[in-house]
Design a protein. Structure first.
Length: 148
C-alpha cells in the first residue's frame, strides 16, 4: 500500500504547533486545498469523527474519519470510516526541535480501491497526496509564524 510521509520544521513551540494541528475546524480558513471540515461527533476529549472535503489536483476528495487524540504524545491517529478511497489511515505528530521549534509530520497510508489500475494510479495519487500534505504543513507554518 502506498505511503506518504511529510515533515516540516516550524519555528513555533511544540505546544502551539499541537494546538494548531488539533484545531482541524480552522483548516479551511488557512488551507486552500481544504474546502470544508466539520467535527461530526465529539466523543470525549480524545475521540472524534470529522468530515473532510479536499481539493486534490483539481478533483474533490471526500471522506469521514475517526480520530484518536493523544495530548501527551502530541499525536493523533485517524482512519477513514467512509469516503472516496478504499483505505485511508495515518497520523499527525509534533516533536520538539532542538532550537525550541517543532517538527510537524503527517503520515498517510492509502489504497485507491481499483486493483487493476493501482499500478498506474497509486504513484499519481501518492504525488498528489504528498503535495497536498506539504501545502497543509506550509499553511500551518504561515498561521503559526506569519511567514509569507
Amino acid at each position: 500500500m502506498p505511503r506518504v510521509a511529510v515533515e516540516l520544521h516550524i519555528a513555533a513551540p511544540p505546544d502551539r504547533s499541537w494546538e494548531a494541528v488539533v484545531d482541524v475546524e480552522s483548516y479551511p480558513a488557512c488551507m486552500d486545498s481544504v474546502r470544508s471540515l466539520t467535527v461530526v461527533e465529539q466523543r470525549g476529549p480524545r475521540e472524534r469523527t470529522t468530515a473532510w472535503s479536499v481539493l486534490l489536483k483539481g478533483s474533490v476528495l471526500e471522506w469521514t474519519e475517526d480520530e484518536r487524540i493523544d495530548e501527551a504524545a502530541r499525536r493523533f491517529d485517524f482512519h477513514q470510516v467512509s469516503g472516496d478511497l478504499a483505505h485511508f489511515v495515518g497520523h499527525w505528530a509534533i516533536r520538539p526541535a532542538e532550537d525550541g521549534g517543532s517538527l510537524v509530520s503527517l503520515h498517510v497510508e492509502f489504497d485507491i480501491g481499483i486493483p487493476l489500475l493501482a499500478e498506474m494510479l497509486n504513484p499519481v495519487a501518492a504525488t498528489a497526496l504528498r503535495e497536498n500534505a506539504e501545502q497543509m504543513l506550509t499553511a500551518l507554518e504561515r498561521r503559526l509564524t506569519g511567514a509569507a
